[in-house]
Design a protein around this ligand. Structure first.
Ligand code: ZN
Ligand code: ZN
Length: 112
């Protein structure tokens, strides 16, 4: 499953790739910057929006994940307002969605 993701530092968009570890549990394994996205355009059909069911079942980040292609943040968060995926540097507790600008406290991904 591919998802659009927005970098909270640069507001650039990129693709994140989730792999289904077990039914309805997705793990973030890879990211693609906008330039290299051209190379995987055949996968565009797979771009999905995370939904409540997916979120409630769990999303995790692989230890192999290289991070955001722009700011190198190793984590992500999903905006509870617009469901946009944002890159996230896990050191900060407060977040602001790069898409809808909603501010809030970080809910650990594992707890979603
Ligand atoms: Zn970023
Ligand atoms: Zn949002």
């Amino acid at each position: 499953m591919n998802n659009n993701c927005t970098c909270t530092s640069t507001r650039e968009k990129f693709l994140v790739v989730f792999q289904e570890l077990k039914p309805q549990h997705w793990q973030l394994i890879e990211s693609y910057g906008w330039v290299s996205k051209k190379g995987i355009s055949s996968r565009d059909d797979n771009i999905a929006k995370l939904d409540d069911a997916t979120l409630s079942n769990g999303i995790s980040v692989s230890s192999e994940y290289a991070g955001c292609p722009y700011c190198k943040a190793k984590g992500i968060f999903i905006c509870g307002h617009c469901m946009a995926v944002n890159c996230h540097d896990s050191d900060t507790g407060s977040i602001a969605c790069a898409e809808c600008h909603t501010h809030g406290e970080l809910t650990p991904i594992e707890a979603l």
